[in-house]
Design a binder for this molecule. Sequence first.
Ligand SMILES: *[C@@H]1O[C@H](CO)[C@@H](O)[C@H](O)[C@H]1NC(C)=O
Ligand SMILES: *[C@@H]1O[C@H](CO)[C@@H](O)[C@H](O)[C@H]1NC(C)=O
Ligand SMILES: *[C@@H]1O[C@H](CO)[C@@H](O)[C@H](O)[C@H]1NC(C)=O
Ligand SMILES: *[C@@H]1O[C@H](CO)[C@@H](O)[C@H](O)[C@H]1NC(C)=O
Ligand SMILES: *[C@@H]1O[C@H](CO)[C@@H](O)[C@H](O)[C@H]1NC(C)=O
Length: 519
Amino acid sequence: MQLSNRLTRWQWAGLASLFVFAFFTVLQYRGSTGSDTISISAIPSLDRASKFHLLVPASGYHFRLCRALASATALGYPVAVLNGWMKEGDLDASKTHLAKVRTVMHYLDSLPPSSDDDLVLMIDGYDIVFQIPPDILIERYFAITKAATAKLASRFGPDYVESLTADDRPQQTILFGPEKVCYPVDWNRVGCWAVPQDIDIPAGAFGPEDGQLHHNLPRWLNSGTIMGPAKDMRLLFAATLDRISGHYDPNYEFSDSDQMYMSDVWGVQEFGRSIARHRQYFHDDMDPNAVVPGGVDGKVVPILLPGQRTEHHIGIDYRSALFQTRAGSDFILEMLTYNETAEGNGTTTTTATATFATVTQNITESPNFMPFKIPLPANLASSITRTLQLVEKAVGTIPSVTELRLETNIVTQNVYGLFHSTGGKDYIDKLWSQLWFFPYVRPLFLARIPLLKAGRPIVVADGRTWFPAHNLPSNVSESQGINATGAWADIDGGWLGWQELCGTFEAEVFDGFTPPMDD
Ligand SMILES: *[C@@H]1O[C@H](CO)[C@@H](O)[C@H](O)[C@H]1NC(C)=O
Ligand SMILES: *[C@@H]1O[C@H](CO)[C@@H](O)[C@H](O)[C@H]1NC(C)=O
Ligand SMILES: *[C@@H]1O[C@H](CO)[C@@H](O)[C@H](O)[C@H]1NC(C)=O
Ligand SMILES: *[C@@H]1O[C@H](CO)[C@@H](O)[C@H](O)[C@H]1NC(C)=O
Ligand SMILES: *[C@@H]1O[C@H](CO)[C@@H](O)[C@H](O)[C@H]1NC(C)=O
């Protein structure tokens, strides 16, 4: 695999712009304080460059894998690494879902300590497509995790938080997708009952509280999409492998569900947090059954050993800013066109440039329901516009962002980052040719080749410049057209060019042809 230590032209350009930024920051600092002494730490240094890794567990060929990779390439995600490609036995994802845990662990273990703060995004290979570009996904990741960490700090108080090491401190760095039911369903399981009660979305927001799955709040964990720093991801995957070795029961129907073990690691974390909070105020050793509510009679209560680490910095993207799962959510997803402007009658506070879409669906079944407007976030609008501009020369005229249809979660009001088709693939098969960038996938591929080859920076976020962890090989050229794209296989499997991976699925990818149902 190509893991170049050298900085490419674009990387230097990114760093140079950081230095210019730092220089002006220093000037402003001097100007505002009149001080002659400046802390050297105020100047971003070279190590403020970080990498973004895209991992896709996939063991073999499929048109849906090619659509996932095509959406990533078209939108400018780092070149993907396929985990477990053509592997066998324990590492074969078509035989066991646990292969995903093992093969991603191999990858994480191969990263040097200098990569600990890199960001890793892992997505299942066969039922996901991206909808928004990576710069916005990264910005949303930091906004959500920082807000959740601040909420945890106020829940536990600064003294408690400061008294712990960074690894043991309750905080959130890892985001999982949300799920509207605890799956595999077993209300004895800690990952089903010990989960947070308050998810900042009021009960009833998805419809009346009548126990129907699609009306539930999305309060459980889905393990098909995970994003977090390399070091914390490594600790999480290690804890999951531990959980598997301690709890694997070959006779249990769901014994090969990676989601079961991962959600139980999260359940134990939440259980541990609830116990810690109880001890903070009550200084006693109460029966955990009385301390942590939820679950059914006879539920399995974890036994925490002295010194056992339960904190893994895990949280859920409840609002689907990044990850939208399908099961139970079809009815709250709408393809909206953000083409309305605010009726500025002088009293509105919205900016003149904001555009909106109106929702008329009465999801809450409230008798007094009134249609409402969702604004299109400005950063998303400009990122989509920049993406379209890449192909303007090639295609002639490009649409305005206000003419596109963007699939939106109308309850949390997010144009979600990616779609994960849990519970049936018919939805994602229809979605593919509806995605806003579908008509431009081929020209976007061509426009991306020089950028993905050079490893051009994606965004500045969290005070760091984000570079793709993997680029196209240095020997590909634009003259090869779409054949210059592709993916890397594991840490040792080499380069898989587009022809090899997806050559037989071009009608599915570029023309939107969907073969008769095969699953
Ligand atoms: C906005 O988009 C919708 C859906 O495509 C369309 O029906 C409507 O006419 C558009 N409105 C304007 C003002 O362009
Ligand atoms: C402006 O719109 C607001 C909200 O619809 C309304 O309450 C207000 O009366 C309007 N003002 C004028 C001057 O029309
Ligand atoms: C919303 O839905 C509920 C239940 O279907 C219905 O009783 C109510 O009249 C609806 N309200 C509006 C304003 O459409
Ligand atoms: C990609 O490779 C295939 C197979 O070698 C070839 O038929 C096709 O013309 C190539 N496409 C381009 C744009 O070069
Ligand atoms: C281009 O580089 C890749 C990755 O290093 C390698 O697998 C491939 O064989 C090279 N292709 C050619 C034509 O040299």
